[in-house]
Design a protein around this ligand. Sequence first.
Ligand code: NAD
Length: 506
Amino acid sequence: MTPPLTDARPHVPADLPDHLRHHIGGEDVDSLDGSTFEVLDPTTDQPYLRTAAGKAADVDRAVAAARRAFDEGPWSRMLARERSRVLHRVADLVESRDARLAELESFDSGLPITQALGQARRAAENFRFFADLVVAQSDDAFKVPGRQLNYVNRKPIGVAGLITPWNTPFMLESWKLGPALATGNTVVLKPAEFTPLSASLWAGIFAEAGLPQGVFNLVHGLGEEAGDALVRHPGVPLISFTGESSTGQVIFANAAPHLKGLSMELGGKSPAVVFADADLAAAVDATIFGVFSLNGERCTAGSRILVERSVYDEFVERFAAQAARVVVGPPHERATEVGALVHPEHYAKVMRYIEIGRSEARLVAGGGRPDGLPTGSYVSPTVFVDVPPDARIFQEEIFGPVVAITPFDTDEEALALANGVRYGLAAYVWTNDLRRAHTFSQAVEAGMVWLNSNNVRDLRTPFGGVKASGLGQEGGYRSIDFYTHQQAVHVTLAPGHQPTFGKGAR
Ligand code: NAD
């Protein structure tokens, strides 16, 4: 029995489904064994939806459908321009439905509605970008005058397995679907089990845009079951994964026997480094947003702020006062800046870190459930200061609205602190000294650096982390490279020197 919709919150989107199915070979289907799992409303922690729980047999069906579409369907053979038209229509449809998408995403994930709307628009932009890129793309040709011509024959790889997390789910799915489809692959998507709702909209959008049946397949389910079956499936030659570093390690090991192509976007504990010469007001504004936007459930969150000692007290005072004014509230309210965390399990994890933080550092803002929100996974923006670099809240990814602030005295110390964690996803540097900005950026162990800026990314630039934050880079042509083979074709132009054996005189 599907549990009733909860009455405990003021806002429930209209026409909410109460049961989600897989989408395989153009049809919505239940799991072969009929099993399902519950999805919770983050503002009440009550179940509101049942979703088909895929197992290995369901993944088999999806991979077979995707393979058939790849081998027998038109998609992998279409002109780039034709595929591009379909993907532009996807972008148009996503844009035209951005309000509904944001409403469902916000309800399912607890993200504030204004931020969910921004993510829906970014999802459309991802499709538009890759639709343009495959048309503009050219491949290399090399000429050896009079002797040889060498050219690159770029080909889609086959069935791409896409495994995505629950933070900004729809946008992160688009980040993989866009390039995987643009390059002519067929796909099996396994979305996160905490947030399956928005993923269920893709099938309708793709059908309306004219994507041939079987090109897009979706299997819901738990990571250890559906995700694992996709990773181990011999018919899936590449896996693009976004999620926790520890899950990435498991997937890496399970994909190894098949020597699969892997792209891994993993966890982070990114530093925001504020030097004394920085524009302090701008740095406070940006770092507040950098760690508390998307509920702090953001891989590139600036969750460690390192501040030069001469401005440390002033920075801490301003930051704590502003953090205390951040509006925590129901995700659907436009004034809300921090909504509800995605799930009670994640809420418990974040709360445990807050307790750990109390014994490791000084709490100056937040520290638990906000007043007036007695139920649901709400956490006040929480600020710990004087955090020692060996503290767990300095070293470990919390993935919630919790920040660790630490002072430093010299550039060398700032760099050592910034690099002194296992992660290396992003770094933010605040200084008006041009030389210091670039010297520091080049030395910091991070896949991406923003100077005097929030996390604003041009889609052409590389995206990815170093160390425990990832493997490989996507973004722009790098995504195209991941989802394609580049076959080298060598043509002899003249009967030149051809090495051989067995032609010598006896
Ligand atoms: P997670 O690793 O728990 O799950 C991610 C996905 O992997 C889910 O779909 C899950 O079902 C699946 N999964 C889990 N175990 C699996 C297994 N054994 N085999 C195959 N699939 C499996 O991550 P999460 O909690 O959903 O997401 C939060 C994490 O994602 C954070 O660490 C965050 O930093 C990271 N993240 C990284 C980026 C990035 O681009 N670097 C972006 C967003 C989130």
